[in-house]
Design a binder for this molecule. Sequence first.
Ligand code: GTR
Length: 434
Amino acid sequence: MDQAVPGAMNLHIALAALMMMSAVLAPLAAAVNYDEAKVPKYTLPDPLVMQNGEKVTSAETWRSKLRPEIIELFQTHVYGKSPGRPDGMTFKLFETADDALGGKATRKQVRVSFTGKKDGPGMDILVYLPAKSKRPVPMFINLNFYGNHSISRDPGIKLSTSWMGRRGGGVVKNRATEKSRGSNKSRYAIDMILSRGYGLATIYYGDIDPDFHDGFKNGVHGVFDKGAARPPDAWGSISAWAWGLSRAMDYFETDGDIDHKRVAVMGHSRLGKTALWAGAQDERFAIVISNNSGCGGAALSRRNFGETVGAINANFPHWFCENFKKYNKRVNDLPVDQHMLIALSAPRPVYAASAVEDRWSDPRGEFLGAKNAGPVYRLMGTDGMAADEMPALNHPIQSTIGYHIRRGGHDVTDYDWQRYLDFADNHYGRKKKE
Ligand code: GTR
């Protein structure tokens, strides 16, 4: 939930309150657990064991056999299967300005048309590159919640014309106004990113798929779904958003100013779940970062703490595939857990970040999701996660699997960006520019 938008309700608290209320009204409804002592015991699937019981002991077998098997399991049981790159897709660079942000940046805006049809569906990519930097530039890419124009007051950003209703609420209304420019800018440390020598690209997630349940008619589902009935492993919204990120990567490969071999995909909350799923499937993303991604993101599904699989499927029936709902009440039967999602990025650097007040996202579950991807990272010859226990507040771990838990709540702060920039510098072997 976006706490940076004035008047926005804290959905986490509202949901928790709602669930507690319904627990009183209907004794069968599960209450939210926030007590570590009440987390039931669970056993995680071994991320190095195939479905046939075979233990994988070489990086080669992980790559050729186990990795594809685990991707397939996540597609079938959790997020659903996406189509690939559409044949007719086109890119149109419709604006370039070399004097953006008071001369600090080059701004580019690109229209990606998914079908190549003039009035067909598509997304706008907003790109900022540090002015006068050596090209090509390493990048961060992020999906945003409120339109490209919400990340900065920059008057040159095209106002979004897509759905901009209340997320999850289904109000189909575009509210992009001059006044709404920069409404979400606190989450985008643009100056810091540029001054450290990185570019930033962003796309409004509503361009790809509006975030409400309409039976998968709008967004890219309506365009690419074939046949009358949707199979139980058809792609949900998280898969659609992740697919959009891969289409942006398709564009990056054509833009000589962008170092497409050094693109970090970063997302917050539901879009942090999306970043992990995008990075898991598409190895072109060099670094994968999830900020407060919680249930269906970095947090282990088997831990009953904060948001659960049952709750997320009830509140957001369009995010995952239909098969995922089978596990609402039997999460221990899932053939995967989220540490295996994180492991799919191995050996590329992956980062999970938590916030101590964001209990709905289960910070400890996020740490354990990251940590338990370690065996795969070590098999691939990296250090995995260099911590056995959860670190203290604001004590980041910067091994190949990175993690921090910071003070405060569900949000993206400058503290988070500083860590991500350090992480990228470390892994690219760049010196930190102060
Ligand atoms: C919450 C949801 C979380 C998280 C968050 C967000 O309501 O329960 O899983 O995704 O929304 O995306 O802001």
